[in-house]
Ligand binder design. Structure first.
Ligand code: COA
Length: 99
């Protein structure tokens, strides 16, 4: 699911949510800088959570770069906590920009 937040016909927020049958995932949450700190990301996540819950999802996982402390603090405000797990990945395509 890819949700966008519209204000006067302009896209000001987005989030991608997925559910593979075991865990829900959130990616690409963003709010345009001039519209931040007005509760818009909280509203986007609430809608994503509503849709995931309706799909039968029992838990949401997400990944944030350890250097992105502001986003970690944001998710903590929304009730998310750091899970004691190691996040692993393997790149199948070369992408200089992504980790
Ligand atoms: C993270 C982001 C989506 C937050 O959007 P936002 O619309 O400003 O967030 P909200 O206004 O809904 O904030 C919700 C709560 O989180 C808090 N919060 C938001 N950004 C925060 C920050 N950088 N540091 C600490 N707290 C923060 C708010 O104060 C608010 O708290 P409260 O309602 O309990 O008082 C936005 O900063 C952003 O787009 N960042 C760049 C993209 C990015 O890094 N996305 C994450 C990818 S993993």
């Amino acid at each position: 699911m890819f949700l966008v937040g519209l204000l006067d016909g302009q896209v000001v927020a987005c989030v991608m949510a997925g559910f593979e049958g075991h865990r829900g995932w959130l990616n690409y949450l963003a709010v345009a800088p001039e519209h931040q700190r007005q509760g818009r990301a909280r509203a986007m996540v609430a809608e994503a959570e509503r849709l995931l819950r309706a799909a039968g999802c029992p838990k949401i996982n997400l990944q944030v770069r350890t250097s992105n402390q502001g986003v970690i603090d944001f998710y903590r405000r929304l009730g998310y906590s750091v899970d004691e797990v190691v996040s692993m990945g393997k790149r199948l395509e070369h992408d200089e920009k992504a980790a």
